[in-house]
Design a protein around this ligand. Structure first.
Ligand code: ATP
Ligand code: MG
Length: 445
């Protein structure tokens, strides 16, 4: 993309309404625009990151054997009357009437609807196990929408639902989700710690939240610092292997890590003092096992091998896709702007032309642009007629992890400069080497 032809409405001033850094940078970098409290338009740069995050979620769900579908945002109230949640959910639910006076709601989550899809189509144990998920907009009329996309009213969520024959099988689905989530967050450059949590309005017996440590997080968390040493890394997992998944879950849930809702001071105090940590955290996902809470009242049953009808065991599993943008920025920024991890960056690298209009510099930039594009990479070429300082400031603000700087002086010696946004380190090299280096960086991502 050439910046002169893109739509990147960068703000010079710091917006006064934004209290936390991720919100400030998302507004300043022209990623989002607020349309009403907690409701945002996703401008091109923000939309691009949102799509990258979605893509990672889809890829990791596919790896775990989970199947995507798409349910509507509007749901009939009658489904929620069956589970009893229509009255229980409270003011967070946006209730709507259509022209025929029928009660609808804008879905805050989809347990009822997916259970309805299941019961209409599945009746035999032979069709199990089954995990369906979608990435869809949700609406919750939050009392205090704030911090930009962090606590929106309309927000994008990945929500998945497993259907299993019994508790053991459903616990395997739970474990599979935990493993796939660990991989998902790591690919986004995040350390998200699974913490034992409280089940809230979803209900159920077993639940973990995934938290990214950040001072601006809304949750208070307590953990054993040993958990920070755990890395998922490139290990490959057989998601059908119950023991293998359970082992990984044990590895991540053995060190103490809880939110204030489930915090146990006695257990915490048993950790060696130097490893006892208290901090704030951003909830970026949550998984639940809730057994037959929905299948029972809604009649989602299967016939077992011995011929009996039994309600299926279920769980639901959510990732805060739009909140993740805020969480990633909170975890990765400096005083100049965002620093995108390579896994989610909107463009793979920037190209800054220090002397727009200089024939040689223009030609070198164009050649770099074409070589990178030919390799399947997406560069953002700042071809505006601007001062170098302004171009650098924009690149730093929008946070592309790599920048290639091209100027007449370097070109005389046949070199350009490759700069890491994270370390600020610059290395001179030939344009061909810069292209090869950027390609190498992204090869494993
Ligand atoms: P919270 O405690 O933050 O209100 P929740 O526990 O009610 O969230 P879940 O039902 O677990 O939310 O939804 C799954 C994920 O969706 C959460 O882990 C979070 O990342 C994201 N999410 C929930 N509410 C919002 C919101 N208002 N804005 C943005 N993301 C949200
Ligand atoms: Mg939650």
């Amino acid at each position: 993309m050439r910046l002169s032809r893109y739509f990147l409405p960068v703000l010079k001033e710091t917006p006064s309404e934004a209290q936390i850094v991720s919100h400030r940078y998302m507004l300043r970098a022209g990623m989002i625009k607020q349309q009403a409290a907690g409701i945002y338009s996703w401008l091109p740069l923000g939309y691009k990151v949102l799509k990258r995050i979605e893509q990672i979620v889809h890829e990791e769900q596919a790896r775990a054997g989970h199947i995507p579908l798409l349910m509507p945002t509007l749901q009939p109230a009658d489904l929620w009357r069956e589970s009893g949640r229509y009255d229980d959910y409270g003011d967070e639910m946006l209730r709507i009437k259509d022209r025929g006076g029928r009660d609808l709601l804008y879905g805050p989550t989809n347990e009822e609807m997916i259970t309805d899809i299941f019961r209409s189509n599945v009746s035999s144990y032979k069709d199990l196990p089954l995990t369906l998920y979608h990435i869809q907009w949700k609406f919750r009329d939050e009392m205090r929408p704030r911090f930009g996309v962090m606590r929106g009213r309309e927000f994008l969520m990945k929500d998945g639902y497993n259907f299993d024959i019994d508790k053991d099988a459903a616990i395997h689905a739970y474990n599979r989700h935990m493993v796939s989530y660990l991989r998902t967050y790591e690919r986004m450059g995040l350390k998200a710690i699974p913490m034992r949590a409280d089940s809230g309005p979803i209900g159920g017996e077993d639940t973990h939240e995934f938290l990214v440590l950040a001072d601006t997080g809304e949750s208070e968390v307590f953990y054993d610092s040993a958990i920070l040493d755990l890395n998922f890394g490139g290990r490959s997992v057989d998601y059908d292997n119950r023991e293998a998944c359970a082992e990984i879950v044990t590895e991540w849930t053995t060190p103490y890590a809880r939110t204030d809702e489930t915090h146990d001071a006695a257990l915490f105090d048993a950790i060696p003092e130097e490893r006892r940590k208290t901090s704030r955290g951003i909830e970026v996902g949550q998984i639940f096992y809730f057994g037959t809470k929905y299948s029972d009242p809604m009649g989602a049953t299967v016939v077992t091998p011995s011929g009996e009808k039994t309600p299926v065991h279920m769980g639901s599993h959510g990732i805060g896709v739009s909140r993740l943008l805020g969480a990633i920025i909170e975890a990765s920024h400096d005083d100049k702007g965002i620093i995108w991890p390579e896994g989610v960056t909107p463009f793979h690298c920037g190209i800054v032309n220090l002397r727009q209009g200089d024939d040689e510099a223009d030609a070198a930039c164009l050649a770099l642009y074409q070589s990178l594009t030919a390799l399947g990479l997406e560069p953002l070429y700042d071809d505006r007629d601007e001062r170098a300082g302004a171009k650098f400031a924009t690149m730093d603000l929008i946070g592309l992890p790599w920048r290639i700087t091209v100027g007449p002086r370097g070109l005389k010696n046949g070199v350009v400069e490759l700069t890491s946004r994270r370390t600020g380190e610059s290395v001179e090299m030939t344009p061909a080497m810069a292209v090869a280096k950027v390609a190498e960086i992204y090869a494993g991502i």
